[in-house]
Write a protein that binds this ligand. Structure first.
Ligand code: SF4
Length: 434
């Protein structure tokens, strides 16, 4: 989401007469868009700001702005700790950046803008696609009402707000007209979309509307909460041609005791039942997840329950992390913090299991023909092209830049843990998604 927030900021500043540069040393304004989800992300920002102090010493007219979750969390404290920072803008106030730049240029020192507003004006900024881009993000909602015990999002992004459906569909139509083939709908909890609109609009209805947009080829979304995964949404995977067969469905733990402490509002068997139902609607769906190890109070038995759930579901992929305290969340005050060494051992065991499952799924694709949306050159080789299958797997194959943006059938020849190798088939571009 932060990438898209940055794109929206760039568009906002462009409209206010600023020009973008990728060269730090040429810039008159540096904006650091921050994340507070994990402590590591915050540490990176601190060291970046340290480096920017050096740049400002050599160019005193340089302005430095900090936006996003850290700005929301620390407000004016950031300016006290890092006097080189001129502007601090929280998550609801991105639209105020141009005005704050003007104020700093008039040699004022505006206070941090961190108030929560009823509605977030920047949520609907349409960022034109980057040159040559084949996919784009569209924000459909922001904020979250769930208050999971470990998570800072409701505290730093505020309560849930959904954009009107018509506005979202218009943005998708515009992007498709600009040549975008694939859109990813973004929100902290997309499948609760519409709850606050009180007009009957909901996420499956939005998906059906977007599925009718031509010449769009693919729809993805992230992130979903298991408690809001309805049968109506599952049915969309079986019926909408453009909706890709992939869902990211964070489970976080397989232990009922820990899920309750996390305030996730489902238990392990309910999660597994939802996965089984989903696979009935769409047998080929790829399911990925997030898992936290070492949440406060997690005993060895709880961890074993997580491994059991992983065996039962057999995820296609998982982002797994050691729990880290986030100040202001309920879990920060919990007893029973797990030893870092124990967390490390559990994480390694869990990741080894996941790697086996991912590889098994990837191997099951060997010899099959898959549709790939070609994104560009592969990172590992200047000669190969890269793209993603509908199930969101990375595929590398020989080709040229002329293929970028095409939907190609490719034959999978080799499975690796994190990508697939493929060769071209004789078939031309896939004429229609689905
Ligand atoms: S649903 Fe997601 S964003 Fe909302 S509180 Fe829970 S983890 Fe955070």
């Amino acid at each position: 989401m932060n990438v898209h927030d940055s794109e929206q900021m760039a568009e906002l500043l462009k409209q206010a007469g600023h020009e973008e540069t990728t060269q730090e040393k040429k810039a008159d304004l540096l904006i650091v868009n921050t994340c507070s989800i994990r402590r590591k992300a915050e540490q990176k920002v601190m060291s970046l700001l340290g480096r920017y102090r050096g740049l400002k010493e050599t160019k005193p007219s340089l302005l430095i702005a900090v936006c996003g979750c850290m700005a929301q969390k620390y407000g004016d404290e950031l300016k006290e700790q890092f006097p080189q920072v001129d502007i601090v803008v929280g998550t609801h106030n991105i639209d105020r950046i141009p005005g704050m730049i003007e104020r700093v240029r008039r040699e004022e020192r505006p206070p941090a803008e961190t108030d929560f507003r009823e509605s977030v004006p920047s949520i609907g900024i349409i960022a034109p696609p980057r040159r040559g881009a084949v996919s784009a993000f569209v924000t459909i909602m922001q904020g979250c009402n769930n208050f999971c015990a470990f998570c800072v999002v409701p505290h730093l992004r505020g309560r849930e707000e959904s954009r009107p459906m018509k506005e979202i569909v218009r943005e998708v139509e515009y992007l498709a007209e600009q040549g975008i083939k694939e859109i990813t709908l973004l929100g902290q909890n997309v499948n609760s979309y519409g709850g606050m609109l009180k007009n009957g609009d909901n996420f499956p209805r939005l998906l059906r509307e977007i599925d009718a947009v031509e010449p769009l080829k693919r729809i993805r979304f992230t992130t979903s909460h298991p408690k809001d995964l309805s049968s109506e949404l599952m049915a969309c995977f079986g019926s909408l041609n453009k909706l890709c067969e992939h869902i990211h469905l964070p489970v976080q733990s397989g232990s009922n005791r820990i899920l309750e402490r996390m305030n996730r509002r489902y238990n392990a068997s309910e999660y597994i039942e939802k996965v089984e139902e989903l696979r009935k609607f769409c047998p080929s769906i790829a399911i990925t997840t997030d898992i936290i190890v070492g949440f406060p109070g997690e005993e060895e038995e709880d961890f074993r329950d997580t491994l059991k759930l992983m065996e039962a579901v057999k995820f296609d992929g998982a982002f797994s992390f050691k729990y880290s305290i986030r100040e202001g969340t309920r879990a920060a005050a919990f007893e029973g913090h797990v030893d870092e060494g124990v967390k490390g051992i559990r994480l390694m065991e869990l990741q080894a299991l996941q790697e086996r499952h991912t590889l098994d799924w990837n191997r099951s694709l060997e010899g099959r023909t898959e549709e790939v949306l070609v994104e560009g050159f592969s990172r590992n080789s200047g000669k190969d092209m890269t793209g993603r299958t509908r199930s969101n797997r990375i595929v590398n194959f020989p080709g040229s830049s002329a293929l970028i943006g095409k939907m190609l059938p490719v034959k999978i020849t080799e499975a690796h843990a994190h990508s697939l190798r493929a060769e071209r088939t004789d078939e031309e571009e896939v004429p229609h998604a689905g």
